[in-house]
Design a protein around this ligand. Structure first.
Ligand SMILES: [Ca+2]
Ligand SMILES: [Ca+2]
Length: 297
């Protein structure tokens, strides 16, 4: 024990001694955030991000665009959930909404049901059968609902349809599902019609290479043939409609084969010919990712 009680030698710098039985403190891992889990931080427009490292104040997450260091405070206020894969939010599941789900773990096919009620972890579904005589009702985990998860990241080399110094297109994207019986070349004319769920990004001012980083969930997958993206220039003018900047379509076969990939889709005009940015003469492209989520993936 002699060395432990020795005084610092005069004229030298005193170095703090390690504790007698030095036990390394356990690594601090937040109860709500574990390695390999996904976090969603909608306010910061980060989503579907897999946790790679948990520090005291920050996380490193793996996103579709690469690794990102994220302050834990960005996940605060209880508005952000830590979850295993993207999930369907409570507000998406209003009563009567039609969804697809796996009724039994070993079932090959998905069932269709209507929301009848919900808690934070489970939903109550009334099964829709072709044979309307049987109407069974059951509670299933929220994660068992199957949905189409569409991420719209960015576009590049868009056409400029605005006039004036420093005035450029103000692009936004409309995402809709083409269902069987829908018009293959429909743009937004048929939006809102029966069987035509759609979502829109916000618009970005004066930018031919805009970033949106937004994600959307489609719950009614029955009869879906394709996801259709149309890009528009927002014009604040009551007397004209917004300018068309291109269209891209992802068929079911494509997203099933390339479900985990970030895809750069060429934007086509109404005649299905490529569109080009006038300033850089490159093809207009849209960066997206589409995947089916759930049950239990
Ligand atoms: Ca315009
Ligand atoms: Ca503009």
């Amino acid at each position: 024990m002699g060395c432990l009680s020795s005084k610092p030698v005069e004229g030298t710098v005193s170095v703090p001694r390690p504790p007698l039985r030095a036990v390394p403190p356990p690594p601090k891992v937040d109860k709500g955030i574990k390695l390999g889990e996904y976090v969603c931080c909608a306010e910061r427009q980060i989503f579907d991000a897999k946790v790679k490292e948990v520090g005291d104040n920050a996380l490193t997450v793996e996103t579709a665009d690469g690794d990102l260091k994220l302050k834990k405070t960005y996940l605060g206020d209880g508005k952000v959930v830590s979850f295993k894969g993207p999930r369907v939010n409570v507000e998406d599941l209003h009563k009567g909404k039609e969804v697809e789900f796996k009724f039994k773990e070993d079932d090959a096919d998905l069932s269709r049901g209507q929301i009848d009620g919900q808690t934070n972890s489970e939903v109550c579904l009334r099964q829709i059968n072709d044979n309307s005589a049987s109407k069974s009702q059951s509670w299933i985990p929220r994660e068992d609902i199957r949905f189409l998860y569409v991420m719209v990241f960015s576009a590049s080399s868009l056409k400029n349809t605005d006039i004036g110094v420093n005035n450029k297109s103000d692009p936004y994207v409309v995402v809709h599902l083409r269902k069987s019986g829908g018009k293959p070349n429909a743009s937004t004319d048929d939006l809102g019609g029966e069987g035509h769920d759609y979502h829109m990004t916000h618009y970005v001012n004066n930018d031919l290479n805009p970033t949106w980083n937004m994600d959307f969930k489609f719950l009614s997958l029955h009869d879906v043939e394709a996801v259709v993206f149309t890009v528009w220039d927002k014009d604040i003018n009551l007397f004209k409609s917004d300018d068309f900047l291109g269209r891209a379509e992802l068929t079911k076969d494509t997203w099933e084969a390339r479900k985990d990939e970030v895809l750069e889709l060429p934007l086509l005009d109404m005649e299905k010919k490529p569109m080009f940015g006038e300033t850089d003469a490159k093809e207009s492209k849209l960066k997206v990712r589409v995947k089916i989520c759930g049950p239990r993936n």
